[in-house]
Design a protein around this ligand. Structure first.
Ligand SMILES: [Zn+2]
Ligand SMILES: [Zn+2]
Length: 344
């Protein structure tokens, strides 16, 4: 019998599971191996343009949804649009190869879009990223990246000192900011083009918050557009034209209005004021559907759901009117959903 089999935790397992110590040892080792081999690297070799929803929630706390995050994988690249709170864990439990993240793209600097940037930078380094993480975004991105670098500096020092430069190279730690100039009007700016994956950035309308942008991904004849936070926007419409998949934010103004009125009745004036302010700079599900129809999009995926529907009735209420505005495919996003677009 090995030394490990005689240890108290193996004895505890044997007593509870009613199996011999050796069986327990095998069980534990199999579980560890399953955990160590769960990551699906094949998605990096796939010919498809793949989209994974890594955060479909909003600033409102939700046990089932991380805040804003959409992952796009194509041509061996792994790009994450926004890193809202909780999104890193969602990417990881989706068994994605998180050590291979190439770049994070920021749409704007609201906390529900950047809160997990520190984890994205740190955990992808721990998972084996070999160079600093690129963080692309509109002007202002460098300030956000510098702030996270300062907050995580002690963590980097500690990990390098503890594990050694060979295993945790300081040269690969941290992030490098790449600010992309805002395009004029309805135009777009090139973020990068690598191995057939072309990424462009365009302005959206999240006033009074500016800059605010969305991104378009083109690969092998397929295209995906991520709206970022926006009310109905001519620039989004122009840049979403003909897209296979439009990942669009959605806020239900009547439901949020009810919440604001209820807060007022209950004397929660601050909450009532804040809830009353937000519908103006987001898009309703019907407005998102209209954009999808006008842009000739094949499939609309709603994300950043406010309020996030929690049952069949709420989902129906959230989507009321959408089918009248748009006859294409509609998906109410949930964390972990995956969409694969084969090359055309
Ligand atoms: Zn926002
Ligand atoms: Zn937001």
């Amino acid at each position: 019998m090995s030394r490990i089999a005689r240890s108290p935790w193996i004895a505890a397992c044997a007593a509870l599971a009613l199996v011999p110590a050796a069986g327990c040892e095998r069980m534990v080792e199999r579980q560890i191996e399953r955990n160590l081999t769960r990551v699906d690297e094949s998605v990096l070799r796939s010919p498809d343009l793949t989209v994974v929803l890594c955060g479909t929630g909003s600033p409102i706390a939700d046990a089932a949804r991380a805040a804003s995050c959409t992952a796009v994988l194509a041509g061996g690249h792994f790009v994450v649009v926004d890193a809202g709170p909780g999104s890193w864990e969602t990417l990881d439990v989706a068994n994605l190869p998180v050590g291979s993240v190439d770049a994070v793209l920021l749409t704007h600097f609201h906390s529900d879009h950047i809160g997990d940037l520190g984890e994205a930078v740190t955990q992808s380094w721990i998972a084996g990223r070999s160079a600093p993480l690129e963080v692309h975004g509109p002007p202002g991105t460098a300030r956000v990246v510098a702030g996270f670098a300062q907050a995580y500096a002690a963590d980097v020092d500690a990990r390098v000192a503890h594990h050694g430069e060979e295993w945790m190279p300081r040269a690969a730690a941290g992030a490098v900011a790449r600010e992309v100039p805002l395009p004029a009007g309805d135009g777009s700016s090139l973020v990068f083009e690598r191995d057939g994956l072309r990424v462009t950035m365009f302005a959206v309308d999240h006033e009074p918050v500016a800059p605010a942008v969305g991104y378009r991904f083109d690969f092998a004849g397929r295209s995906v557009v991520v709206s970022g936070d926006t009310r109905k926007s001519a620039s989004l419409l122009a840049n979403a034209r003909g897209a296979d998949l439009l990942v669009h934010e959605a806020l239900h103004p009547e439901l949020v209005g009810r919440a604001s009125a209820a807060a007022e009745r209950l004397g929660r004036h601050r909450l009532a004021k804040l809830a009353g302010d937000i519908p103006g700079y987001h898009a309703s599900p019907v407005a998102a559907a209209e954009t999808a129809r006008e842009a000739g999009v094949a499939h609309l995926v709603l994300t950043h759901l406010v309020p996030a529907p929690t049952n069949a009735l709420a989902r129906r209420m959230f989507l009321a009117g959408v089918a009248d505005a748009y006859t294409g495919e509609v998906t109410l996003g949930e964390d972990g959903m995956r969409f694969a677009l084969p090359p055309r």
